[in-house]
Design a protein around this ligand. Structure first.
Ligand SMILES: [Zn+2]
Ligand SMILES: [Zn+2]
Length: 244
């Protein structure tokens, strides 16, 4: 399995980070979690063909996570390189309605030329060869959730946007790779700090913690404090690749 951090920031412009998006390759199947503005360009920089991605997973409907969706549907119709595969969109309840609204706004220019399927997660599970991808609720918006990938003795948890919660500790128990949002270096509602993420990783007995979804702010002090709580922390950057 391969994890590639395509974006590790937020909606606020930042020279180093676009909004958060994670590309995952499992055998020959590829997934992209969230469609942050700028993700298509970043995929190009990272030599990933957007037309080949099999599944698109959405964590929630904030614009810094879905704004590239209409552009993706638009460029997929590019006559010199049209999308051949059916669309598979996984996400919270309402993902199909979101698509209907976009279609209403943009019309024919984004109407797909290939079949489009929506998989509501939860409750559904995405079964891939040797792996299962499940969704779990998070404390952020009414529909927000994160994703858990388990298989071949490995467990990866991606929090999406969230506050610290007991249920997230439970979901993250013994994760090999725990990817948590750490939006701000100071406490706020709806998000976590590096210290809170570190506490969560320690409580969950995670093996490795990777921080993402970071605002363009000074994090040095917060990261140092977080490392005293849970030493095995890495701060993700756009282009970080992990093979496991
Ligand atoms: Zn959000
Ligand atoms: Zn966000």
């Amino acid at each position: 399995m391969e994890l590639l951090f395509v974006g590790t920031g937020v909606g606020v412009p930042n020279r180093e980070r676009i909004g958060s998006s994670l590309y995952i390759k499992i055998n020959h199947i590829s997934l992209l979690i969230d469609l942050a503005p700028g993700v298509l360009r970043r995929l190009e920089e990272l030599n990933i063909r957007y037309q080949d991605i099999d599944y698109f997973l959405i964590t929630h409907f904030h614009v810094d996570h879905i704004l590239e969706l209409p552009l993706l549907l638009f460029v997929a119709k590019y006559p010199l390189d049209p999308r051949q595969k059916a669309w598979q969109f996984c996400g919270p309840r309402g993902i199909d309605k979101l698509f209907d609204k976009l279609l209403y706004a943009y019309g024919k220019q984004i109407a797909p030329d290939v079949p489009i399927n929506f998989i509501e997660m939860p409750p559904n599970t995405l079964y891939l060869p040797g792996y299962a991808v499940t969704a779990f609720r998070t404390v952020h918006t009414r529909e927000s959730h994160g994703y858990k990938i388990e298989g071949r003795g490995k467990k990866i948890v991606y929090s999406g946007d969230t506050e610290f919660s007991i249920s997230l500790i439970e979901v993250s128990e013994s994760a090999d790779i725990l990817i948590l949002e750490a939006s701000f270096p100071f406490d706020t509602t709806g998000h976590m700090t590096p210290e809170r993420a570190a506490e969560l990783a320690r409580e969950a007995h995670a093996k490795r913690l990777i921080l993402t979804h970071m605002y363009p702010l000074k994090f040095d002090v917060a990261i140092e404090r977080a490392k005293q709580i849970f030493p095995n922390i890495e701060v993700a950057y756009d282009g970080l690749k992990i093979v496991l």
